[in-house]
Design a protein around this ligand. Structure first.
Ligand code: SAH
Length: 343
């Protein structure tokens, strides 16, 4: 039987556990304080009685993310992690170092069921959702491992965050809790393939996080061929949800557009995109697609990317080109996990 994941609990939920188990309520706040410090065993909570630590040990798992492998890029110090979960599943994550601090890319599911044709995370389908505690556990684990404090979080590892809505929402609340981890919402980016209904739900939460939409194509027929989610939520439904999101939150949306040579990088595609998002509170991040061995996709040439950018700017759309990090260690999109599973 899997133990319950204490890192998923809010301070209040831990307080309730204490009271229900005949302990003083203040022990809840005490333990929560230790958890957000990243302790890996209940023994580290030095001001708690031994009997309570034993009870906690028997009921909960604390160290829910164990490092299975770590590879650091010689080029830019980007570090790719493979983590092992309580039930033996493997997930991945990346730590990036920028001038303004450390940014971590976290996974939200083991595998993914969205089936985007260019994404290696989709190849094996989905195994299960991560718990909120397993998502925040990735932060605790890396901070301990590196002796650092993380300043930005992107939900862009494997999995579709909005397909694991409840746990991801709980994660966001935990990571943002001023009495807990206390990371500002503006330091968090959630990336989705476009589950329109959930985008609306997220808008209603009115949090100040950054929403990134993996758009990749502004033509319904071709987007469906790349991203099966487009069958259920086509561009009209997606854009309606995006407009709702910017109206409610007044936050600028990031559209991610991975350029695949000869597939979605033509001038015509750039014009379609320009027309679709012209005048919106948004910007576009162009990403030369990372080659996935299993698929026959090549990244666009620099000249095509520059041209694509120019066309978009002609529509008044702010456009950036994403800097590539960790290219020498497969620090992108499920590649390392896949290699590991194939070993
Ligand atoms: N499911 C979410 C988050 C995980 S993917 C989403 O779809 O947004 C994170 C980002 O990596 C997405 O924009 C995704 O489209 C992109 N991506 C996937 N495979 C890629 C590849 N081979 N090259 C470049 N970006 C890729």
């Amino acid at each position: 039987m899997l133990k319950k994941d204490i890192r998923s609990y809010s301070c209040e939920a831990i307080e309730n556990f204490m009271v229900e188990n005949g302990e003083k309520k203040f022990r809840g706040k005490q333990l929560y304080g230790w958890i957000v410090k990243g302790i890996q065993s209940f023994d580290e909570a030095i001001n708690m009685p031994k009997s309570l630590k034993e009870k906690l040990e028997a009921t909960f798992i604390l160290d829910n993310i164990k490092i299975a492998k770590r590879v650091t890029s010689d080029k830019d110090r980007t570090t790719k992690y493979l983590y092992e979960l309580q039930d033996g599943h493997i997930i991945e994550g990346v730590l990036m170092s920028y001038k303004h601090g450390y940014s971590i890319c976290v996974s939200t599911q083991v595998g993914c069921k969205m089936g985007c044709t260019f994404c290696a995370s989709a190849i094996g389908g989905i195994e299960r959702n991560l718990t909120a505690g397993e998502i925040i556990g990735q932060l605790y684990t890396v901070e301990k491992d590196m002796g650092i404090k993380i300043s930005n979080v992107v939900l862009m590892g494997s999995g579709e965050p909005l397909d694991n809505y409840e746990e991801v929402l709980q994660f966001l609340k935990l990571v943002n809790d001023p009495k807990g981890y206390n990371l500002g919402m503006r330091h968090i980016t959630l990336s989705t393939c476009g589950i329109a209904d959930k985008i609306k739900d997220l808008a209603d939460e009115n949090m100040q996080l950054t929403l990134a939409i993996s758009l990749h194509c502004a033509n319904d027929e071709e987007r469906t061929a790349l991203m099966p989610v487009n069958k259920k939520y086509n561009l009209t439904a997606l854009m309606k949800a995006c407009h709702y999101y910017t109206d409610v939150t007044n936050r600028r949306i990031t559209f991610e557009y991975g350029l695949i040579a000869g597939v979605n990088d033509t001038e015509e595609r750039a014009k379609e995109l320009g027309k679709l998002i012209q005048g919106m509170l948004c910007h576009v991040n162009l990403i030369p697609i990372n080659q996935v061995i299993e698929r026959d996709y090549q990244p666009s040439k620099e000249s095509s990317i520059a041209k694509f950018k120019k066309v978009l700017e002609g529509y008044g759309v702010t456009t950036t080109i994403r800097r590539e990090l960790g290219s020498d260690i497969n620090a992108a999109c499920g590649q390392l996990r896949k290699n590991h599973l194939d070993d």
